[in-house]
Design a protein around this ligand. Structure first.
Ligand code: DGL
Length: 248
């Protein structure tokens, strides 16, 4: 089974990690639109246009499934992508909402959603959580994290002061949806600042979703994987090697 994974940059590698740890696919084709990252501060029409252009890239491969490993694309362009391809397309929002529902049973828990401006402004998470009767949901756009992560600053002063800037006045948080696939790179820093709140990670959420909704199994001993980027593919390959270490 061959899967395409699409993100604006390196964020989708966090989803790839979960897929590899669970032996989900025989072959993975990764595309990061690094020439145009970040997507999360662009408007809806631009995100749709970029996403449909990225979809064309995957025409060269005979995919069985396409995973949109990007929240900003999932909130704004999922329908348009689906209308332009015949293969199944999986976004990240529904899997993350399901993962939260499974992990957080108390509907009065304090839930925090963080993501890019696009993701937060779309209100997709807030609306879905409201439908599920969660009463205390806060959401904040934390787009600076994307640039910090693309710069490889996974620790240090800049990250610490940005975390402080976004999170210092939040009060108690029980669970946080990492509503951007870049954020698992700094998951430990976020969750320790939030007193080890439960974290919802797009990659793990997608694995669970693929198992229940698409009957995907933990079945391929080896995954062959190719990485492509619209700019500076060497840098993306370097991060992939560090992040995915002995998985590739
Ligand atoms: N990783 C992407 C997401 O999940 C977006 C980052 C960006 O390009 O702004 O939203």
């Amino acid at each position: 089974m061959k899967a395409g994974i699409f993100d604006s940059g390196i964020g989708g590698l966090t989803v790839v990690k979960s897929l590899l740890e669970n032996n989900m696919f025989e072959e993975i084709i990764y595309f990061g639109d690094t020439a145009r990252v970040p997507y999360g501060n662009k408007n809806k029409n631009t995100i749709i246009r970029y996403s449909l252009e990225a979809l064309k890239f995957f025409d060269n491969f005979d995919l069985d499934i396409l995973i949109i490993a990007c929240n900003s694309v999932s909130v704004y362009a999922l329908n348009e992508i689906r209308e332009n391809t015949n293969i199944p397309v999986v976004g990240v929002i529904e899997p993350c909402v399901k993962a939260l529902e499974n992990k957080v049973k108390d509907k009065s828990s304090n839930i925090l959603v963080i993501g890019t401006k696009a993701t937060i402004n779309s209100k997709k998470y807030e609306d879905a959580l409201q439908k599920l009767s969660y009463k205390n949901v806060k959401s904040i756009a934390t787009g600076l994290f994307v640039c910090i992560i693309e710069e490889g600053l996974f620790e240090g002063e800049i990250l610490a002061s940005t975390i402080n800037h976004y999170f210092s006045n939040l009060g108690n948080i029980d669970a946080v949806i990492l509503g951007c696939t870049h954020f698992p790179f700094i998951e430990n820093k976020i969750s320790s600042f939030l007193n080890n709140a439960i974290t919802i990670h797009s990659g793990d959420a997608i694995v669970a979703f693929l198992k229940t909704e698409y009957n995907c199994k933990n079945q391929f001993e080896k995954t062959s994987i190719q990485f492509f980027a619209s700019e500076n593919p060497n840098e993306l390959n370097k991060v992939a090697k560090q992040w995915l270490k002995d998985l590739i």
